[in-house]
Design a binder for this molecule. Sequence first.
Ligand code: ADP
Length: 405
Amino acid sequence: MSSKLVLVLNCGSSSLKFAVVNAVNGENLISGLAECFNLADARIKWTTHGKKDSTNLPPMSAHSEAVAYIVEHIIKKEGSLASQFVAIGHRIVHGGEKFTHSVLVDENVINNIEECISLAPLHNPAHVLGIRAAQAAFPELPQVVVFDTAFHQSMPAKAFMYALPYALYKDKGIRRYGMHGTSHLFITQEAAIALDKPISELNIISAHLGNGASVTAIKNGQCVDTSMGMTPLAGLVMGTRCGDLDPSIIEHLIAHEGYTIEQIMDILQKESGLLGISGISSDFRTITEEHLKNNPRATLALDMFTYRLAKYIASYAVPLGRIDAIVFTGGIGENSALVRQKVLELLSIFSYHVDVQKNETTILGKSGIISTPDSPIAMVIPTNEEWVIAKDAVALVEQSAPVCA
Ligand code: ADP
């Protein structure tokens, strides 16, 4: 099998995830994480051919130093790997309404990503730093940007609008954008293959359950509704994020309890969700262990997580009409048989029944159907966002290549 290698970069404000991905089969040749940017203990860890390694970066290193280290000390050690790169692919959190699909990078694209900074103030500036660093390291290679919001741009207005004065949408861009689009797109493509249906006829509900979590209704292969909002704070109960909330709570805490807006945003983003409810951890494995030891707050966190997810899934029967499959993915969706069982039990009104044995064994990167033959289909598909980015990058580069007569 031939290979088409793409360096995939996912730049956060204080970290950078990277991977060298073969776009042909999704194989990760190298993957790693540089973190603690702009701090004395900036560092990097990576895996090559299954072998783990790590080192400190020079103190106060950030995106450009990390990219330079990745190129000089990790990629170049792998012989002629860099010379096989077809493109650099960047994950971009927010494309607003400007981007409905992935695009090749030019100055205009960078300007448009910068114009979306108010919608993702931590992420989009970091993405631009990452693009600039990659351009400096690989001036001859095309750069491609893949947006987490793009897949959700097909939502109709009745799904993406908030019931606020219309001018707040029209003049200020206040609307639901949705996130995790790259993962939900991958799940759509893989579910179509698994269920042997054309994407254009596929109706699924994709539940991406990681530290961040979102659920998306996909009709005829296109997103028609999703649980995240203008930002990733809305929707499901997450690791540390609260998800849906009565907005008056914020006013109440400021007016009557003396909180500042900064304190409240910290609470909603970093101290809520599974961590806030349980008081123990945002990590689902710990929540599960404590639940099994009869810790009541861990059980409450688990119950709230599954209850809200099941309610969202049930509500998506409205836009979909027919549901070909519910698909679980992300660290929790791929590994927690307990969550899947509880959610499907809560959906028994739709006649879902779990195949207990298949559910218990479909973990650790396996995909497959976890419902009984007499039940509507529920399944697990491990997500692979890096592969989507690599495939999109290669497709755009190949489309833009001059065709010889
Ligand atoms: P991120 O959103 O950061 O990419 P992941 O998709 O890796 O996160 O998911 C992380 C979550 O998956 C954590 O809550 C972790 O506890 C959970 N998880 C991982 N493995 C298991 C497991 N075996 N059982 C239950 N939860 C798991």
